[in-house]
Design a binder for this molecule. Structure first.
Ligand code: SF4
Length: 357
């Protein structure tokens, strides 16, 4: 199995507020392999975008990394200075922001914005910049005639594709995408996702894709990571997780989204709200909302546990943590708890095998 290009270890991020630090990302551990497509899902405020910004070292005060490391191709991004980060960004790691209309400069043409990037990161000549800019626009199926267009002259889908073209100017190894499809209609969303997958196939870059739209990424990602209250609560192969989510929160998320392929069914929301992150919770953060909660859940913090290659943070899957009940048809399907091969995860076990799918 190839070495991961990204290894996130014990990463915690806090926002300083008048009410004290808000722990938005809490001890996240994660590996991403070359060419892998990892989707991160969870409801608003779960820490998924903050995690992306921490990986790209794009956090600005009052947010800051308070512990942990982000090892990207052997270097710890957290310890790099500004000029070292500038050398990594765009050429090896690039970012596609949520709203292209806000991320693109409205008073500069697409060509001028691409030229800014090229001048900041390379010593390419004017002609080389123009030629490369045209090439990347063609890659995302935009006619290079639009190099001289301004963002308002492009459709929403074209603007988002232009953002992706800019991110691919120097063919990076990792592209992180923060809800790039959220402003698009469903047809444009699907077309953009197919384009991203095709580009990934041709150029072999890895993608970390943040979204709250489960039904969108389940068709396109290799692995799925579910976040809740700043923590990873489930991580595994997308198809397996989609077919049979193990964590009660993942189950609730899937029940709250319509299935594109499956039968019509009644959608059920998850009652309650996420915890107030200015206050530390001692046990499971999902306990007040969890239909499978047990008496020990509010006081015993579950650890991320390897359940036959799936990583789950729930006492139902922790040796000695549950009382044998709870998931009703979940745990029971696999027989006795000791037969599942539980292991609290080791740091070398976070990598998925799905990158080559
Ligand atoms: Fe629910 Fe308890 Fe599992 Fe938390 S640890 S998700 S409260 S069953």
């Amino acid at each position: 199995m190839p070495e991961p290009i990204l290894q996130v270890r014990g990463l915690s991020v806090a926002y300083q507020s008048d009410r004290g630090p808000v722990l938005a990302v809490n001890s996240v551990e994660l590996d991403v392999g070359p060419g892998e497509f990892l989707a991160i899902v969870g409801e608003s405020g779960c820490g998924k975008s903050t995690l992306l910004f921490a990986i790209g070292q794009l956090l600005t005060p009052p947010a800051g990394v308070i512990s942990g490391s982000v090892i990207f191709k052997g270097r710890d991004m957290v310890s790099l200075n500004d000029s070292e980060l500038r050398a990594v960004r765009w050429s090896e790691l690039s970012v596609v922001m949520q709203s292209a209309m806000n991320a693109l400069n409205p008073v500069k043409s697409v060509a001028a914005q691409m030229a800014d990037v090229c001048r900041a990161h390379t010593s390419m000549s004017k002609e080389e910049i123009r030629q490369r800019s045209a090439e990347v626009l063609r890659l995302v199926s935009i006619d290079p005639v639009h190099l001289d267009s301004y963002p308002h002259q492009l459709s929403g889908g074209m603007r988002q594709r232009a953002m992706i073209a800019m991110a691919l100017l120097f063919t990076p190894d990792l592209v992180i995408m923060d809800e790039p499809t959220s402003a698009l209609d469903v047809v444009a969303q699907r077309s953009l996702m197919m384009q991203i997958k095709e580009l990934q196939r041709r150029l072999h870059f890895a993608v970390i894709f943040v979204t709250h739209d489960m039904s969108l990424v389940t068709h396109f990602s290799d692995r799925l990571m579910v976040m809740y209250a700043g923590q990873v609560v489930e991580l595994g192969d997308t198809q397996q997780l989609f077919d049979r989510p193990l964590h009660p929160y993942s189950q609730g998320l899937f029940e709250a989204f319509p299935s594109v392929r499956g039968e019509r069914r009644h959608l059920v929301g998850i009652p309650g709200s996420p915890p107030d992150l200015t206050e530390a919770f001692s046990g499971c953060g999902f306990a007040p909302r969890c239909p499978s909660a047990m008496p020990q859940c509010p006081s015993v913090a579950p650890e991320l546990t390897d359940v036959r290659g799936r990583f789950v943070r729930c006492l139902l899957y922790t040796p000695g943590g549950g009382d044998g009940g709870g998931l009703g048809g979940g745990v029971g399907e696999h027989g006795p708890r000791h037969a599942l091969g539980y292991a609290v995860i080791g740091r070398n076990k976070l990598r998925g095998g799905a990158a080559a799918r």
